[in-house]
Design a protein around this ligand. Structure first.
Ligand SMILES: [Zn+2]
Length: 227
């Protein structure tokens, strides 16, 4: 499988008062407010790589897109979003759930496979995707407006090979976010929030390749969420 360990999965930070609450209920409540200043810092990483991540992330807040401020700060962990390059895989807390972490030495976002040698396309693709999560966006294939004819056995097998449990696959791949709990549009196969979907994962040959930039719908949707 292409990019065999480069799959992002996102798990909400458990809210102490909210143990066991359905994940789908979090989606609308993870939104920031339009105009919010979202503080961000790096826990580790080469300064040149940090700068590339910063520049890639700022595409989300370009004029006419998300009306929030990504406020990158140095020499502090007193920030909402804390980024680490250590560890395996890439992931991010969903929206404002990063505030629920009380240990400020812990990252809320991780880029496990980015290095100074990563291509600009790869940096843009992963950074835009993870910052999409940080703005509260879920994976596009979990959009309640979409429907897929999954070949579940193949998905369990391929993601099992990189250590995903059946439950992780169910939660991250097959369970759509409840319609009543999310703001959604029609399924957008060119969204930065869409997974790569190999044709072997569907029973009807549907597939999605690597999306590297914000789609037109990504841009209009994030502006509608953060006007
Ligand atoms: Zn993701």
């Amino acid at each position: 499988m292409e990019n065999s360990d480069q799959w992002c999965f996102t798990a909400p930070v458990p809210r102490p008062s909210d143990e066991g609450k359905d994940r789908a209920a979090l989606v609308k409540s993870t939104k920031w407010n339009p105009g919010d200043v979202i503080t961000i810092s790096f826990l580790d990483g080469d300064p040149a790589l940090q700068e590339r991540v910063k520049q890639a992330a700022l595409a989300w807040t370009a004029p006419g897109l998300a009306n929030v401020v990504f406020d990158f700060r140095n020499n502090t962990t007193n920030t909402f979003i804390r980024i680490s390059f250590v560890g395996r895989g890439s992931n991010s807390d969903l929206g404002t759930t990063c505030k629920w972490r009380t240990d400020m030495t812990q990252p809320t976002m991780r880029f496990g496979w980015l290095t100074l040698a990563s291509s600009n396309d790869e940096v843009n693709r992963v950074v835009l995707h993870e910052f999409g999560h940080a703005l509260g966006l879920v994976h596009e294939h979990q959009n309640p407006g979409g429907s897929f004819n999954w070949n579940k056995e193949n998905v369990y097998r391929d993601l099992g090979l990189i250590g995903w449990s059946k439950e992780q696959v169910d939660v991250n791949m097959f369970d759509p976010i409840a319609q009543s709990e999310s703001n959604f549009t029609a399924f957008d196969p060119s969204s930065i929030m869409t997974y790569v979907i190999p044709a072997t994962w569907t029973t009807d040959g549907f597939s999605v390749g690597l999306n590297q930039t914000l789609s037109a719908q990504d841009k209009s949707f994030i502006h509608a969420q953060y006007p």
